[in-house]
Design a protein around this ligand. Sequence first.
Ligand code: SF4
Length: 333
Amino acid sequence: MFVDKYGIDELRRQVEDELEGEWVAERDFSIDGRIFDHDEREGAPAPLDSYGSPNGDASEFERFGAANVAEQKQDGFVAVEVKVTRGDLSPEQLRGLAEITRIYSGGYARTTVQQNLVLRWVREEAVYDVWRALAELGLGETGSREIEDVVSCPGTDSCKLGITSSMGLNQALQERLEEMRIEDPLTKRIHIKMSGCPNGCSQHHIGQHHIANIGFYGASIKVGDKTVPAYVAHIGGTYEGGEVAYGTRLKVRLPAKRVPDAVERWIRLYEAERDEGEVFNDFAERVGAPRFEAEVSDLALPPEFSLETMQMFIDWKAKVPFEVIRGEGECAV
Ligand code: SF4
């Protein structure tokens, strides 16, 4: 922003000025000795005496290989992506993962902005054993980076700025997507993300609703003296292939409990009306936001409070009526 406003020359000038200050001599600011110079190739695991191979689980293993394993540039090594549902790991899973990394990936794992983990420097011949070991920890699921790998920030679970339970919606939506048994390869490529408030924190919480193909942020709808937990949707964002674009914000506010229905309708709309090979964002751009809004206009109508609609006034994962309570956030303030 500074560069946009004042220009790069002004930035350089101010940095040079600052470097003339007395503070420069106060202590050693050089980075020598502080550089983390780690030779990953050197630390790559040595071959083991023997490796396992598929035995009655070949097709499942193939699917894992196709969806979660990527070749490295270095011959004979691959990177294995571990799908971490909602970014949650138990202490037992973390200990088990540490053991797996010590044996199969040189002792390291990397986190991704999709709330997953990547094990690099896995020997090709070890992938089956890694998958089995992950499966024993409940982490052998396929489909990292696919539609069911829904990403959310913690929302009201732990963030005081959160308006809605984005983790609760994540779980509900993931269950719906699993029930839908999506096999269409283009539909599987859709990324869905949600945040518990409009901040959409971009760092460690990675809700990032605005760059998802379908994204949501938490909001509310007033109905008389009561409040319905709700979400505002963004359609057509992206972060793939080095391109980042915000999605278009739709002019509908959906009660939280109706979001899975809305997502299912949009997916069906896309599958029914897309052109041959048309990816979701191209489709969204061609048909336009009003088409997406019209598809869910009845779902967006605020419910009247009654015995039948009472659940609409309670957020996902919650047991008490919804109200907006905000304090200091986990990252934004
Ligand atoms: S402040 Fe960030 S972590 Fe908290 S609810 Fe909003 S987007 Fe989520």
